[in-house]
Design a protein around this ligand. Structure first.
Ligand SMILES: [Zn+2]
Length: 508
């Protein structure tokens, strides 16, 4: 059987009535430049959208219902709607930018033969899943919060608008005064107006003041934070520091749309390079190396710090971009795996074998770290791990702002990205709309407050632009909707060489 015949057989199995509850759709590229999405109730064949309007599809052919047709960025953007449409059906869901986000995958040399997308409801606890999930194309898994605050930002309050995570790095380069050096855009063409060597996103210039530039930019990345829950905690008074940032800037109620796959390593790197996963190279949390015939795993405790080994050398990080513009700029990547070129990086310390020193200086001992909800520290191993990591990150961030970290003689970072893992851990463990999820937001807000305080002590608060975002969203699954597509493919005698979180590689 040829590869195409085998793929057609797999598509038939995956889009069958039997798997309709667990497979939202399957995606593949039958030939270069052509892409297809198939679901139980229809399919579409399309070309890559243009850079000028990535929301607008270029349809070649539709049969039945186009699974990607709903591009609404505003869907389920309140907690009430999220609750009303819990585990939305494919006919209720939206997939903004999906034509563009699907197309980019096949620009990677190790792109899969087929991508299987979970339904929102699909629970796969026995295959590494959780109560709260992300990774798919749908709006709740793709939507991260997005807040711009402080110096140089227009103060528009809460607005019905959205951005994409690919827009963040070019915007940081712009606002910190880097020069436009030109580079490759998402369609592969060259543009002289881009800030990074490769750039899929655009500068959010309409949200910045024309005459006022910040001295410093700080990103607070709340991993896996569902924005509806974040804003609910803010409204309840549980996140006074994020509330303060919102009051001094612009909050995008439709969020920041992450790239496909909506997972951690792929989208951390997207935020800090301005490129989609297949373009920056960190394709997924795991994928299959077709040449070496091995699975590459970027997201595991033993490999996080090595993720940048897979960065496409034709891409550059915002750290590298800022230093190309001014080699004296100090930058920092706190608990951030996408750290190439950062002056200070937690994971560089890990690579140097200095983690014991970092932990000692962070003041971590066996007791409950500060800013931690005791109850979940005791009951959840994931909560315990993440709050401890975030506590160590906080110590580094404050130390670098106060210029007393690790006896380093570094200037205060002009650009710093601080990653908090606690929201992701809690939202996975108990689902986003849970007491544990809300506790994670409150604990993280308290840590953000300490970083804001450090800027105040240094009289730098008013000179700083703060960005609050996440790498992807999070959605609650239904524990009663179970099943395995791997088993179904095996039962149909289809030999899957590797399944990396739905990225399927077939043996023909
Ligand atoms: Zn994540």
């Amino acid at each position: 059987m040829t590869k195409n015949e085998l793929r057609a057989k797999a598509v038939n199995v995956l889009t069958s009535e039997k798997l309709e509850n667990i497979v939202e759709m399957v995606l593949f590229s039958p030939e270069p430049g052509v892409f297809e999405a198939h679901a139980n109730d229809g399919s579409v064949m399309f070309e890559r959208p243009g850079c000028d309007d990535p929301l607008k599809p270029k349809i070649i052919e539709t049969q039945g219902r186009d699974p990607l047709s709903d591009q609404d960025v505003s869907r389920f953007s309140t907690l009430a709607l999220q609750r009303e449409f819990r585990c939305p059906k494919r006919t209720e869901n939206s997939y903004p930018y999906s034509y563009d986000h699907v197309a980019q995958i096949w620009d990677h040399e190790h792109a899969p033969d087929l991508i299987a997308i979970h339904t929102a409801a699909h629970s796969f606890l026995d295959e590494g899943g959780h109560l709260g999930e992300h990774g798919s194309l749908d709006i709740l898994q793709a939507r991260a919060p997005f807040i711009l605050s402080g110096k140089g930002v227009k103060k528009a309050g809460v607005i019905n608008s959205h951005v994409r995570l690919v827009d963040v790095a070019p915007s940081v380069a712009y606002i910190l005064g880097a020069s436009q050096t030109g580079g490759m855009l998402s369609d592969g063409n060259y543009s002289g107006s881009s800030y990074l060597k490769r750039q899929d996103g655009k500068v959010l210039s309409e949200w910045f003041q024309e005459t006022e530039r910040p001295d410093n930019v700080v990103i607070f990345l709340l991993d896996g934070c569902n924005p509806n829950i974040l804003y609910d905690v803010v409204e309840q008074g549980g996140a006074p520091n994020i509330s303060r940032l919102m009051a001094n800037g612009t909050t995008f109620s439709y969020g920041a749309i992450s790239s496909l796959p909506t997972v951690t390593l792929a989208n951390h790197t997207t935020i800090l390079t301005g490129c989609h996963p297949a373009h920056h190279g960190v394709l997924h949390n795991a994928w299959f190396d077709r040449k070496k015939m091995i699975q590459i795993v970027t997201e595991s405790p033993g490999t996080w710090h090595l993720a940048m080994d897979y960065l496409n050398p034709e891409t550059e990080t915002i750290f590298e971009c800022l230093n190309r513009y001014n080699r004296d700029i100090t930058t920092a990547a706190i608990n951030e795996p996408a750290d190439k070129g950062a002056t200070y990086s937690t994971f560089e310390e890990v690579r140097k074998g200095r983690m014991a020193e970092i932990i000692a200086q962070s003041g971590i001992d066996a007791s409950v770290p500060k800013d931690t909800t005791n109850q979940y520290f005791e009951s959840s191993q994931d909560y315990r791990w993440a709050t401890t990591a975030d506590h160590a990150g906080l110590a580094q961030a404050i130390g670098l702002i106060r210029r007393n970290w690790d006896n380093l003689k570094l200037d205060r970072p002009k650009f710093m990205s601080v990653n908090f893992s606690l929201t992701d851990s809690a939202f996975h463990d108990s689902g986003p709309d849970s007491d544990m999820g809300r506790a994670a937001v409150r604990d993280t807000d308290a840590r953000i407050g300490k970083i804001l305080r450090a800027f105040e002590i240094e009289s730098e608060f008013d000179q700083t632009l703060f960005i609050v975002l996440a790498d992807h969203g999070m959605e609650e699954t239904n524990p009663n909707v179970t099943g395995s597509w791997i088993k179904a493919l095996k039962d149909a005698s289809i030999d899957v060489a590797n399944d990396s979180f739905g990225f399927l590689y077939l043996n023909s």
